[in-house]
Design a binder for this molecule. Structure first.
Ligand SMILES: [Zn+2]
Length: 111
C-alpha cells in the first residue's frame, strides 16, 4: 500500500514539472459542432489529439492517469509525424539538389 502511495507521489511530482502559461485566445466555437472542449478550461479543439496535448502540457497536475496516458500517446504520435515531415523535407531537398546539379551539368556540356 505504501509503495502505491509513493508511486502516486512520484507520478504527481513528475507531472508537476514545468508548467506553461498559455494564453487562452477568445474563441467562439458555437458554430463548430465537432469541437472537443478541454475539461479544465473549456477551450475548444478541433481534434481529440490536440485536446490531449493541451491537457498534458497545460494541466499536468489536475489531469487523471488516463488523460496523461492519452497525452503521452498523442505526444508520441506528434513526434512520429514530425519525423515523417522532416524526412519528406530531406528527400525533397536532395531531389532538388540533384535536379539542379544535373540540369547545370547539361547546360554546361551544351555550351
Ligand atoms: Zn485547458
Amino acid at each position: 500500500m505504501t509503495a502505491t502511495t509513493d508511486t502516486t507521489d512520484s507520478e504527481s511530482e513528475k507531472r508537476s514539472g514545468p508548467t506553461f502559461e498559455v494564453p487562452v485566445p477568445e474563441t467562439d466555437a458555437s458554430g463548430v459542432e465537432d469541437s472537443v472542449p478541454c475539461p479544465y478550461c473549456d477551450r475548444p479543439f478541433r481534434r481529440e489529439r490536440l485536446r490531449d496535448l493541451h491537457v498534458g502540457e497545460v494541466h499536468p497536475a489536475e489531469c487523471t492517469d488516463e488523460e496523461y496516458a492519452a497525452y503521452e500517446t498523442a505526444l508520441d504520435d506528434e513526434k512520429d509525424d514530425l519525423f515523417t515531415f522532416h524526412m519528406q523535407i530531406v528527400v525533397t531537398l536532395g531531389l532538388l539538389f540533384f535536379v539542379f546539379v544535373f540540369s547545370y551539368m547539361g547546360v554546361v556540356t551544351l555550351l
